[in-house]
Design a binder for this molecule. Structure first.
Ligand SMILES: [Zn+2]
Length: 446
C-alpha cells in the first residue's frame, strides 16, 4: 500500500496529461511532477532517471491531470439529483426545488455540505462555484464546510425579491435584508484562506429579482471585488417571463447589462438561446458562460451552440448544474456536451469542422473554467508556478475489458474518461497539494 501524499512537498511519478496555456496538450507518458512546500508546481516533465528526487511516489499507470472546475451547481438541490427529467424549468423549480431549498437551514447544511464536497472531490472537481439557498446561516455553514474540507469554493446566498420562497418576511423588507446578509457573508468569506474561498453575489435570475436587486447586488460585488452569478436564457418559458417583467429591455442579457452586472467577474449559467447581439455583448463585456449541457438535456432546455460561442470569443467553462443536471461528475457533463454538439452537427446547426475533441472538453473543464474565474494564472493546468490542484485518475477502470492500453494517445485517454467514466476512477484529489477527502481510496492505493 502506497499512501497518497497528504500535504506538500511531494513528487509523483505518473503519466501527465494537461491542457497548456499555449493551446497545446501536455502528454508525458512517464512523467515527474514535483510540488514545493507552498503547494505550487515546481517541476513538470519527463521522468529524469538517475536524476530523480530521492522520495517519489510512483502512481503509474495512473494519470495525473489538473483538478476540474465546476462553474455552476446548487448545493441545496443535490438530494434531488436525477428527479424531474423533462419538466420545464419553472414547473420543475416549483415542484421539486423551491421546497428543498426552503428547508436548507443551518442544520441541513451542516449535515449535507461536508458530504457534498467529498462527492465533488470523488468526481474530480477541485473548484466548485455554488449557489446556496436564500438563508444566510446555511450559506455560512456551507462555507465553513468548504473551509474544513479543503476544496476551492466560490459560494453565494441566493437572492430573490420577486418570485420567492422567502415568505416569512414582508415583501418590502426582502431586498434590504438580502443585500445586507450578502454583504455580511462577503465580508466574512471573500478571500478567506488566501483566496481559496471566495464570494459570489447570487441573484437567482431575472424572473425572481427586481431591477433594484440586480443593480444593488452588482454594486456590492464590485465593491468587494467578488463574483456575480446568475442564470441567463435557459428555457423558453423563462425567457417569456423575463420579457414580461422587463418590457423595456432589448433582450434577456440587456436586463443584466442595465443593472451594471456584466464584466470579468460575472458568471452566467446556460446562455442557450442568445441573439447575435447578446453574443457580441457577452464578448465585449468579458462575462463568462457556465455551459451545463447535462442539465440542458435533462430539463429539455435546449442545445447551446458551443462552437459558435467559442469562435466568437465568449469565455466558456462547464457546470454540472446539479440538480438541473443529474450528476456531479464533469466527465458526465462532457459526455452530455459531446452528444449535444453531435446532434447540432447532424441537424446542420453546427459546423463539424470545428468539432469539440476530447482534449477540448478536458480543457473546458479545467483551464477554461479557471479562465472564466480569472484564475487561469493560478490553477487549471499542470504548469510550473501554478497551485497544485491535481487529480490522479486510474484509466484502467475505463477499459471495456481488463488490462490497460498504454498505446492510447491523450485524446484517446480523455475519450475513455468522458465516454466510459467509472465512479471510482478518480483516486486522489488535491487542492494546493493538500489531499481532499472523498475519492474512494484517498488514504492509499493498493
Ligand atoms: Zn442553475
Amino acid at each position: 500500500m502506497t499512501p497518497f501524499p497528504a500535504a506538500p512537498p511531494f513528487a509523483l511519478r505518473a503519466r501527465l496529461l494537461s491542457p497548456v496555456t499555449d493551446g497545446t496538450t501536455l502528454d508525458v507518458m512517464d512523467g515527474l511532477i514535483e510540488v514545493d512546500q507552498r503547494g505550487r508546481i515546481a517541476t513538470v516533465g519527463a521522468w529524469p532517471g538517475a536524476e530523480a528526487p530521492a522520495s517519489v511516489i510512483d502512481l503509474r499507470p495512473m494519470v495525473v491531470m489538473p483538478g476540474l472546475v465546476d462553474l455552476h451547481v446548487h448545493l441545496p438541490q443535490i438530494p434531488n439529483a436525477g428527479l424531474g427529467s423533462g419538466l420545464d424549468l419553472l414547473t420543475w423549480l416549483d415542484r421539486y426545488i423551491f421546497p428543498l431549498e426552503r428547508a436548507y437551514d443551518r442544520s441541513v447544511a451542516e449535515l449535507q455540505a461536508p458530504s457534498a464536497f467529498r462527492a465533488f472531490a470523488a468526481a474530480g472537481t477541485t473548484t466548485v462555484v455554488a449557489y446556496a439557498a436564500l438563508w444566510e446561516d446555511s450559506t455560512d455553514a456551507a462555507f465553513a464546510a468548504a473551509e474544513e474540507h479543503g476544496i476551492r469554493a466560490i459560494i453565494g446566498k441566493v437572492m430573490m425579491d420577486r418570485i420567492t420562497y422567502d415568505t416569512d418576511i414582508a415583501r418590502n423588507e426582502i431586498l434590504e435584508r438580502s443585500l445586507r446578509q450578502s454583504d455580511d457573508l462577503a465580508s466574512r468569506w471573500h478571500g478567506r484562506d488566501d483566496g481559496r474561498l471566495r464570494y459570489a453575489f447570487t441573484p437567482r435570475f431575472a424572473v425572481s429579482c427586481t431591477a433594484e436587486m440586480l443593480r444593488e447586488s452588482a454594486a456590492l460585488a464590485a465593491h468587494h471585488g467578488a463574483y456575480w452569478q446568475t442564470h441567463l436564457s435557459e428555457d423558453a418559458g423563462e425567457i417569456t417571463e423575463v420579457r414580461r417583467h422587463f418590457p423595456d429591455a432589448r433582450d434577456y442579457l440587456d436586463v443584466y447589462d442595465h443593472a451594471g452586472a456584466l464584466g470579468a467577474r460575472t458568471i452566467l449559467a446556460h446562455a442557450i438561446h442568445l441573439s447575435d447581439r447578446e453574443v457580441a455583448r457577452l464578448v465585449d463585456s468579458g462575462s463568462s458562460v457556465a455551459h451545463c449541457p447535462a442539465s440542458n438535456l435533462f430539463l429539455s432546455s435546449g442545445m447551446m451552440p458551443l462552437g459558435a460561442y467559442r469562435a466568437a470569443g465568449i469565455p466558456v467553462g462547464l457546470g454540472s448544474d446539479v440538480a438541473g443536471g443529474p450528476e456531479l461528475s464533469l466527465f458526465s457533463v462532457m459526455r452530455a456536451g459531446a452528444v449535444t454538439q453531435r446532434v447540432l452537427e447532424l441537424s446542420g446547426r453546427a459546423d463539424p469542422s470545428n468539432a469539440t475533441r476530447p482534449s477540448d472538453w478536458i480543457r473546458l473543464a479545467s483551464l477554461e473554467g479557471a479562465r472564466a474565474l480569472g484564475m487561469d494564472g493560478e490553477i487549471g493546468s499542470l504548469e510550473v508556478g501554478k497551485e497544485a490542484d491535481l487529480i490522479a485518475v486510474d484509466p484502467r477502470l475505463t477499459t471495456p475489458l481488463p488490462g490497460d492500453d498504454p498505446r492510447l494517445d491523450a485524446d484517446d485517454v480523455f475519450s475513455r474518461l468522458i465516454f466510459r467514466p467509472h465512479p471510482n476512477m478518480v483516486r486522489g484529489a488535491w487542492v494546493r497539494a493538500r489531499l481532499l477527502a472523498g475519492p474512494p481510496s484517498f488514504d492509499g492505493i493498493g
